[in-house]
Each structure stands twice: as C-alpha cells, then as structure tokens.
Design a protein around this ligand. Structure first.
Ligand SMILES: NC(=O)c1ccc[n+]([C@@H]2O[C@H](COP(=O)([O-])OP(=O)(O)OC[C@H]3O[C@@H](n4cnc5c(N)ncnc54)[C@H](O)[C@@H]3O)[C@@H](O)[C@H]2O)c1
Length: 264
C-alpha cells in the first residue's frame, strides 16, 4: 500500500522531547514516508531535538524561536536557498507564564496576556507567512498548515486561564489564514487534542486531576493517545484531507461534547 505522505516534505515546529505532541506527529509522518525538517526553540532543546531527528531519520534540524522575527526570516531564507518545497507545516507551540496558569484569570497581567498571545497565537500567523511562499503552486497541490489547540478555547477549563484565551485567538487566526491562503490551495486547520501529559501540560495546576476527570467523562472513557492526534495530522497533511480547511478537528476521545454526567 502506498504511504500517505510519500514524496512530501513536512516542517514540524514544537518538538522539545519525546513526550511532545509534535514528536508523535513527526513519528507518524516518518511512518507515512514524509521527509522531515524539525525546528527547535533554542540551544536548550538543540541536542535533544537533534537526537530525536536522527532516530526519525529526519532530513534536517533548524533553529527557530517563533517570537523572533529574524529567526523566522532566517528559516525562510535557509529553506529557500536550498530549494526546499514544503507540503506541510505543523505548528505545535504554546507558552504562558506559570503564574498565569495558577492564579485567578481576573489577575492575569498585561505582560503575561501579551506573551501568551504572541507565542501561542500570533506565531501561527508568523509561521504561515514565513512558510506559505515555500509551498507548491495551487495546481501542484498547495500545502497544509496544522496547529494544535485545546477545548479551553471555547469552554472554561479551570487553571487553563490565559492559555484558553490564546487558544481562542489561535483558532480565529486559523480561520482567517484559511480564508486568505485558500486561493493558493493552502489549507489551514487545527487539531483540538484531549489532555496529554507533556512538559507544557505539567505547567497547568491540577493537570493530573484533569486527566483523571477526562478519562471518566469522555465518551470513550479514556484519555487521548498522542498517536491518535498524530494520525489526524497525517490525514490533514495528506491528500485525503484535500477538502478540509478552516476546521477544528477534535481528537479528544469525544470530551468536547460532554456537559454534566454521572448525576445518578
Ligand atoms: N498536552 C496537552 O494536553 C495538549 C492538549 C491540546 C493542545 N496542546 C497543544 O499542543 C501544542 C504542543 O504542546 P505539547 O503539549 O506537546 O507540549 P511541549 O512542551 O512538548 O511542546 C510545546 C513546544 O512549544 C515550544 N515553544 C514554546 N515557546 C516557543 C518559542 N518562542 N519558539 C519556538 N518554540 C516554542 C517548546 O519548545 C515546545 O517544543 C501546544 O500548542 C499545546 O497547547 C497540548
């Protein structure tokens, strides 16, 4: 059987370690035959990402802190100068100050709010602008941009706070980008993943309880497996997803449909 991403090149931003959702996505993309380019945020992640990239037989690793315009410009020019054509881009990046994920939302600082928006939402716009010019013309397939979001964008999830507001902005940005880039046959979608224990998730106070609660309440009565999120990303990056843009695809064991349960 032909592999779903054979002949495609994918840029994946957001691998920090082997628990990262971006790493699960990179594994699935490699399995499906994609040529991988991974980025790392800075020197602290460089070695780990290079080791993981070697295991995945990735083509290349590049530095890219998405809060730095010069690094994004550098990413574009490096890829352009080597003639890289990108078929898929995965944006799996978020950040907020730890204190903004533990004190009441009403006490969010101006600086903390701006930081969460910049790194977790605006960065999708910046990454799309930096990478769309590297995608094939529309009659040669265009491209697929995928970001990662969470239910806290539309529902109040205790302690998710400033990140929930950033995810709401991220999802809105995803829709505006889908509209802008659709004429070039570039599709932009978000995967709303159920809670998964990763380094970022551990910054959310009470996260273990959130995991336990979701496993009881979700229709599938279990937590989300990162591999399920990754397979949804394969679908969106592949030709199977060619008619899908501007969507939030929930891969969360069904958690997003639930209100109250267990009252009897
Ligand atoms: N873990 C979950 O429960 C869950 C659920 C839904 C959505 N998500 C989303 O999935 C995405 C990936 O998170 P994760 O859970 O895999 O955690 P993670 O900590 O493994 O990944 C977050 C990544 O963001 C990167 N990052 C932060 N600031 C950056 C910057 N300025 N420049 C470049 N990279 C930067 C980090 O280096 C890291 O690789 C995030 O958008 C997160 O909100 C996670």
């Amino acid at each position: 059987m032909p592999r779903l991403l054979e002949g495609k090149t994918a840029l994946i931003l957001g691998v920090a370690n082997r628990w990262s959702l971006a790493y699960a996505i990179a594994q699935a993309f490699a399995r499906e035959g994609a040529r991988l380019i991974l980025t790392y945020q800075g020197d602290r992640q460089k070695l780990t990402v290079e080791e993981l990239a070697a295991e995945l037989k990735a083509h290349q690793t590049l530095a890219c802190d998405v809060s730095q315009d010069d690094q994004l410009a550098n990413l574009t020019s490096q890829l352009q100068s080597q003639g890289t054509v990108l078929n898929a881009v995965v944006h799996s990046i978020a950040f907020a100050n730890r204190e903004d994920l533990s004190r009441p939302f009403v006490e969010t600082s101006r600086a903390g709010f701006a930081l969460a928006q910049d790194v977790s939402a605006f960065s999708l716009v910046a990454v799309a602008r930096a990478t769309a010019p590297l995608m094939p013309p529309k009659d040669q397939g265009g491209g697929s941009i995928i970001t990662l979001t969470y239910l806290g964008s539309t529902r109040v999830v205790e302690n998710y706070n400033v990140m929930g507001v950033a995810k709401a902005a991220l999802e809105a940005a995803m829709r505006y980008l889908a509209s802008d880039l659709g004429a070039s046959n570039i599709r932009v979608n978000a995967i709303s993943a159920g809670a998964v224990k990763t380094a970022s998730a551990r910054g959310i106070r009470g996260f273990s309880k959130m995991l336990e609660g979701a496993a009881h309440l979700a229709p599938l009565r279990r937590n989300t497996d990162p591999a399920e999120v990754a397979d949804a990303a394969v679908f969106l990056a592949s030709d199977l997803g060619r008619g899908v843009t501007g969507n939030v695809l929930y891969v969360d064991a069904g958690m997003q449909i639930m209100g109250f349960a267990g009252l009897e």
